[in-house]
Ligand binder design. Structure first.
Ligand SMILES: Nc1ncnc2c1ncn2[C@@H]1O[C@H](COP(=O)(O)OP(=O)(O)O)[C@@H](O)[C@H]1O
Ligand SMILES: [Mg+2]
Length: 173
């Protein structure tokens, strides 16, 4: 059982996966694997991020574990059994990303991507099982617990579309 933990940067993937790791679950940091395998193919200077050859990573990926959580904002593009998309209210995400000291353009690009569900849409387009967890008012421990509950079938309230930032986005205009 491979579970993608995905979501816009700042939605809480690393924090939630740290909790899962402390509880003994296997966490695979795809950025680390990409670096080890020489699959960082460039640098996106505008975004200030590495460009990973995601298709080559997917084709070469072999995880020797019965259950593992794959962490990265492109983990939903791996051959996983299900994806959990972490979400964060755009106004709160903005504050989280500004706290990282990210430049305004990079903050804005990610806040906009979150607002229009980019990662959710990508995940739903290629995977049969996708769920959402809103981290806006959750502590990382609670996010981790929601993820584990989903794996136990407690998916109610986490269906794709359960998170909706439309009213906030409309308030921008
Ligand atoms: N569930 C949460 N509730 C509140 N703040 C959170 C939560 N998860 C993460 N954060 C904070 O948001 C920021 C981004 O979290 P991080 O786990 O690094 O996100 P990601 O790995 O998705 O980029 C960090 O400052 C973290 O402390
Ligand atoms: Mg992270």
């Amino acid at each position: 059982m491979l579970v993608a933990i995905t979501g816009t940067p700042g939605t809480g993937k690393s924090s939630a996966c740290d909790v899962l790791a402390r509880r003994g679950y296997v966490i695979v940091d795809l950025d680390n694997i990409a670096r080890q395998e020489g699959l960082v193919v460039g640098r996106d200077e505008k975004r200030g991020t590495d460009e990973v050859d995601v298709d080559a990573l997917r084709e070469g990926l072999h995880i020797p574990a019965k259950v593992a959580f794959l962490k990265s904002h492109y983990s939903h593009r791996m051959d996983v059994n299900l994806a959990v998309v972490l979400r964060c209210r755009p106004s709160v995400l903005r504050a989280r990303l500004e706290a990282r000291g990210w430049p305004p353009e990079k903050v804005r690009e990610n806040v906009e991507a979150e607002a229009i569900d980019v990662i959710l849409q990508e995940a739903v387009a290629r995977l049969p099982f996708v769920f959402e967890v809103d981290t806006t008012n959750r502590q990382p421990t609670e996010t981790a617990e929601a993820i584990l509950a989903i794996l136990q079938g407690k998916t109610k309230g986490h269906e794709p579309g359960s998170v909706d930032w439309a009213s906030e986005v409309l308030s921008w205009y």
